[in-house]
Ligand binder design. Structure first.
Ligand SMILES: Nc1ncnc2c1ncn2[C@@H]1O[C@H](COP(=O)(O)OP(=O)(O)OP(=O)(O)O)[C@@H](O)[C@H]1O
Ligand SMILES: [Mg+2]
Length: 460
């Protein structure tokens, strides 16, 4: 259990912190490497400019720095220095310093291909400042060597940094885009983490079914703000379940309780002398017994467990069930047909439950359309079964009501039909995770659709 708010704060701070430190590291690495390369470049350009001003004339080294370059040095506020010396250490020309930036090393003459980088402290505006400098030996004239030292002061770094920042924002849009994307990714991650516990609750809620034991939402990993709400929902679930079980047991118990007195009444009626009244009384008792049996069937169907069902091949199963229960109906005149698909269709269902459902539906069709009614049974590849008849059908506004208990559209209540058959069908459909609905049939009567889920065999 944890607080949603604290979780949110901790995670946002963590994500922003990690992103910030990461980008700072990447940024400073990029800046320092770029800075170094720009400094190198700038020094070598300076070096090249000065070298271009040297020539060998009349047996001596001539230094002829162009006027424009001299002007650049003068406007450099002391930030730029150069010193040209011969191999004896004599300064031939300089700007900004009258002494070497570092002592001349004659033995380094051979390294004339490489510019030697170094740093040195110089006076700048009355203070000692660190200069970034470079030195290089050149050959000039007949085996004569000349040394050039160039340096640049600290203000130059600011200029470079500005240049680098501009360059990075201009060129490295990708890097900045990446940072923004990672920030957005972080936020999405946080929201997902936070809503994860809500999704867990949703998953648990989907599996809650009336009548099952000990059903509640788990409080263990729920944020503390939601705990009171989840506890209230659990309490409401418990009360609803109690009421549901009591109501379900009530009809079952009532049916059981009524069976014994009814059996006594039957015995007494059978002991009467034969008469038309006796027969009517026995018929009524028979109807009442039938209603009690239906009530108990409904009660059993409602408590049927949703468990591991068989995988049934629809064509084969429906064929078996119809050969079991259809004989009597056909003998009574019903035209009953089953249309099978060429390919197998496997559904998750229980054969015994399916048989009870079909028995009820065919009884209804016979009761509604008379003995000579036509009933077609078909199914499709999605696992839906269609039972259609050519009877009088059911009006639009009653189509969804006929599944409720004790709903009968005809007035007669004396024939032992209590209006429980379709309630039993719906309870059994629920028990198999299937759905049931009523529609108008093409042939004019009622069509009942049972939609089962395909079993793994069919989904392969
Ligand atoms: N095929 C049908 N055609 C027309 N009406 C139907 C059809 N099936 C059901 N009904 C109507 O729906 C009502 C409810 O059906 P249900 O099977 O639940 O009860 P019942 O058949 O009257 O009684 P029970 O099934 O308990 O013996 C029926 O009374 C009937 O009015
Ligand atoms: Mg019925």
């Amino acid at each position: 259990m944890s607080s949603l708010r604290i979780k949110l704060i901790v995670m946002v701070v963590l994500t922003v912190g990690i992103t910030f430190i990461g980008s700072l590291m990447v940024f400073s690495l990029a800046v320092s490497s770029r800075m170094a390369s720009l400094e190198d470049l700038s020094l070598s350009e300076q070096m090249g400019d000065i070298a271009a001003a040297l020539s060998w004339q009349d047996g001596r080294i001539a230094v002829d720095v162009p006027v424009s370059l001299r002007r650049d040095y003068r406007t450099g506020a002391g930030q730029f220095i150069y010193i040209v010396s011969d191999e004896n250490g004599r300064i031939l020309d300089s700007f900004g310093s009258t002494q070497h930036l570092r002592p001349l090393d004659i033995s380094a003459k051979g390294l004339n291909d490489n510019m030697q980088l170094f740093s040195t402290l110089r006076e700048l505006g009355g203070n000692e400042s660190k200069f970034f400098a470079a030195e290089k030996w050149f050959t000039i004239g007949p085996d004569k060597w000349v040394n050039i030292q160039v340096g640049q002061g600290p203000a130059h770094e600011d200029v470079l940094a500005d240049e680098i920042l501009f360059e990075m924002f201009e060129r490295n849009g990708l890097l900045i885009g990446g940072l923004i994307a990672s920030l957005i990714g972080g936020v999405i991650f946080i929201v997902n983490q936070l809503t994860g516990s809500l999704r867990q609750l949703e998953k648990q809620a989907i599996t809650i079914r009336p009548g099952a034991q000990d059903q509640k939402l788990q409080v263990a990993r729920v944020p503390s703000e939601l705990v009171p709400l989840v506890s209230q929902i659990n309490e409401a679930l418990r009360r609803l379940n109690e009421a549901y079980v009591m109501q379900k047991n009530y009809s079952d118990m009532a049916a059981h309780e009524l069976r014994s007195p009814l059996a006594i009444v039957r015995c007494q009626a059978e002991a009467l002398a034969d008469s038309a009244e006796k027969n009517m009384l026995l018929d009524d008792i028979g109807n009442m017994e039938q209603v009690l049996t239906r009530l108990m069937q409904l009660s059993r169907s409602e408590s049927a467990m949703v468990g591991a069902h068989q995988s049934l091949e629809l064509g084969e199963t429906l064929g078996e069930i119809l050969s079991e229960i259809g004989g009597a109906l056909i003998r009574d005149g019903m035209q009953l047909s089953l249309t099978r698909l060429p390919q197998p269709v496997h559904i998750n269902a229980d054969q015994a439950m399916l048989e009870v459902m079909l028995r009820n539906l065919l009884d209804n069709a016979a009761a509604a359309g008379g003995a000579y009614s036509t009933v077609t049974i078909s199914y499709d590849a999605t696992g839906s079964v269609f039972i259609a008849d050519n009877g009088p059908g059911v009006p639009d506004d009653k189509l969804s009501k006929i599944f409720d208990r004790f709903v009968r559209l005809s007035d007669s209540t004396t024939d032992g039909h209590a209006g429980l058959g379709l309630a039993i069908v719906r309870a059994l459909a629920d028990a198999q995770n299937a759905s049931v609905s009523a529609h108008h049939a093409d042939m004019g009567g009622l069509e009942i659709r049972l939609a089962f889920s395909l079993s793994a065999v069919s989904q392969l």
